[in-house]
Design a protein around this ligand. Sequence first.
Ligand SMILES: Nc1ncnc2c1ncn2[C@@H]1O[C@H](COP(=O)(O)OP(=O)(O)O)[C@@H](O)[C@H]1O
Ligand SMILES: [Mg+2]
Length: 215
Amino acid sequence: MPALFVTFEGPEGCGKTTQVRLLAEWLSARGYDVLATREPGGTRIGEQIRAILLNPAHTEMVPAAEILLFSAARAQIVHEVIIPHLQRGGIVLCDRFADSTLAYQGYGHGLDLNVLRIITAFATAGLTPDITFYLDIPVEEGLRRKAQAGKAEWNRLDQRELAYHQRVQEGYRQLIAAEPARWVLIDARGSIEAVHMQVVREMERRLAVQHGTAR
Ligand SMILES: Nc1ncnc2c1ncn2[C@@H]1O[C@H](COP(=O)(O)OP(=O)(O)O)[C@@H](O)[C@H]1O
Ligand SMILES: [Mg+2]
C-alpha cells in the first residue's frame, strides 16, 4: 500500500471539508487505509486549540498568538496522527495544512514568510504533502456558500474583510506557482459531484504511478 499525504487548500466555502469526506469514502471503498483529518484539530489537544482559534469572542487575538496556536495544533497532529499513519503505509487526507499558514498569516496578515516557514518546518518536522488539491473558487462565491450553510458555519476567521480573503487567494497563487508539481488546481465552481470527479481522476493517476513505480 502506498503511503500518501494529501492536503486540501482553498478559500472558505470552496468545499474542502465536503471533498475530503467524499475522497475518504472513495478510497476506503477501494480498500485503501485512509485517515481523514482537519487542521487545526484532529487530536484531543488540537480540537481544544481549534475552539480557541475559531471562537468569535476572541477578537483580541494577535497574529503571533494565532500562528503559534495553529502551529501547536499542527505539531500535535503531525506527530500523533499523520506520521504514524504514513509509516503504516496509509493515506492521510488533511483539510488544510501548512500552506494555510503561509496564505492566511503570511499573505493575509503580512507576517514574515521566512519566519512562518521556519515555525512551520519546526512544527511539521519537515513533513510536506505529496499532493495538494487547490479548490479554486472566487472568494465571494465561497463566502456565499458558507453564509447559505447557516450561522453555525460562520466563525471568527470568516468575519474578516473581503480584501483580506483576496490577499489570501493571491498568496495561494504564488505558492502554487512556486511548486507546480505538488499542487493540483481544481475548478471548484461546479457541483459537489463534478468537483469530486476531478479529484478522483487525479488520485487515480497518482495511485497508478505509485503502484507502477513500486514494482
Ligand atoms: N460544489 C459545491 N457546490 C455548491 N455547494 C457546495 C459545494 N461544495 C460544498 N458546498 C457547500 O458549501 C458549504 C461549504 O462547504 P465546505 O465543504 O464546508 O467548504 P470548506 O470546508 O472549504 O469551507 C457547505 O454547506 C457545502 O455543503
Ligand atoms: Mg471546512
